[in-house]
Design a protein around this ligand. Structure first.
Ligand code: PEP
Ligand code: MG
Length: 325
């Protein structure tokens, strides 16, 4: 498939009053980074590395992982690449990770929670990421974090991986950044404490919707409850963005909401530092963003936070379209 290069998408994302946003891409392999940057991505906001572990009988080696990360970083050519450590479990099984049958897999053994037991896999991944750090701007991001203790544990794991590399005489750069996903509601209330130890955070709107509203993201019987336009969810987003910025840290969003055209005035008004989405949505998002006014979008977000129903939120979004440009 030919990769179209859109002139507009080549410049950084910016509103009509000059507020810039990093419009980044979600990818699932090193090679997909080529498409992302050809389609105008300002960075990689989410490299879903678990895809490198699925549909195969054994785990990828550190070397395989390293090669995949090098590929992504090479295509990034100096732009930032957020590599998310393996988010296995829940809806993403891996043959060689034996998770006993669970009543509630999404509330169970997934993401960072399996990394203590499967520590070698986690360490291999951290070492592979660290080894790629001299090649570009790499950010390490850990999924499903629900407590401050976990943040401290993650930091100690990164230090452990660095010590191993040093002992082996392998190089890495300390220029990497460390962050977590905000997708479990409990971590929202620990942002101040966690920010002392982190460089950035990124909202996983798919899981945050699921966990905040207690609605299985894959259960069609309850799909009407799964709504990122509910006022409760928008208030949560506003609380997160403001809390992270109050601590002087960087906040992005990398769930499906990032690529929803209807959501852009909200994400703009929140003043996020980055919005990450599937490659296909990048050009359209930059085009649309260039028509929006940041301050007017911020005022709209305040209004949405006072709405009482998702219907009211959607009504306001539709009817204020012309007022926010
Ligand atoms: C999310 O939860 O929003 C997210 C980006 O992670 P995933 O969809 O891979 O769980
Ligand atoms: Mg998630």
């Amino acid at each position: 498939q030919a990769i179209k290069q859109n002139v507009h998408s080549k410049s950084a994302g910016c509103t009509n009053d000059g507020k810039s946003f990093e419009i980044a891409a979600n990818i699932a392999s090193g090679d997909e980074a080529e498409k992302a940057f050809a389609m105008g991505a300002d960075g990689i906001g989410l490299f879903r590395t678990e895809m490198l572990y699925m549909d195969r009988p054994s785990a990828p080696t550190e070397e395989e992982l390293y090669q995949a990360f090098c590929t992504a970083v090479k295509f990034a050519d100096g732009k930032p690449v957020i590599i998310r450590t393996m988010d296995i479990g829940g809806d993403k099984p891996a043959e060689f990770i034996k998770i006993p049958k669970e009543h509630n897999p999404f509330l169970g053994y997934r993401g960072v929670r399996i990394c203590e037991e499967y520590n070698q896999l986690f360490q291999d991944q951290l070492k592979a990421i660290l080894r790629a750090t001299p090649l570009g701007k790499i950010k390490i991001m850990v999924p499903m974090v629900s407590s401050y203790e976990e943040v401290l544990w993650i930091k100690s794991e990164v230090e452990k991986a660095k010590t191993t590399l040093r002992d082996l005489g392998l190089t890495y750069s300390d220029s990497y950044q460390l962050g977590i996903m905000i997708e479990v509601p409990s971590i929202m209330f620990m942002i101040d404490a966690c920010c002392e130890h982190l460089d950035f955070l990124s909202i996983g709107s798919n899981d945050l919707t699921q966990y905040l509203i207690a609605v299985d993201r894959d259960n069609h019987n309850v799909s009407k409850y799964y709504n990122c336009f509910s006022p409760a969810f928008i208030k949560a987003l506003k609380f997160i963005a403001d809390s992270v910025h109050k601590n002087g840290k960087w906040i992005g969003l990398c769930g499906e909401m990032g690529g929803m055209q209807k959501a852009l005035p909200i994400l703009t008004g929140l003043g996020l530092d980055e919005i990450s989405m599937s490659c296909n949505a990048i050009a359209r998002t930059k085009e649309e963003l260039s028509k929006l006014d940041f301050n007017l979008c911020s005022a709209l977000v305040d209004k949405l936070c006072n709405a009482k129903t998702a219907e009211e939120v959607e009504y306001l979004l539709e009817h204020e379209q012309t007022q926010i440009r």
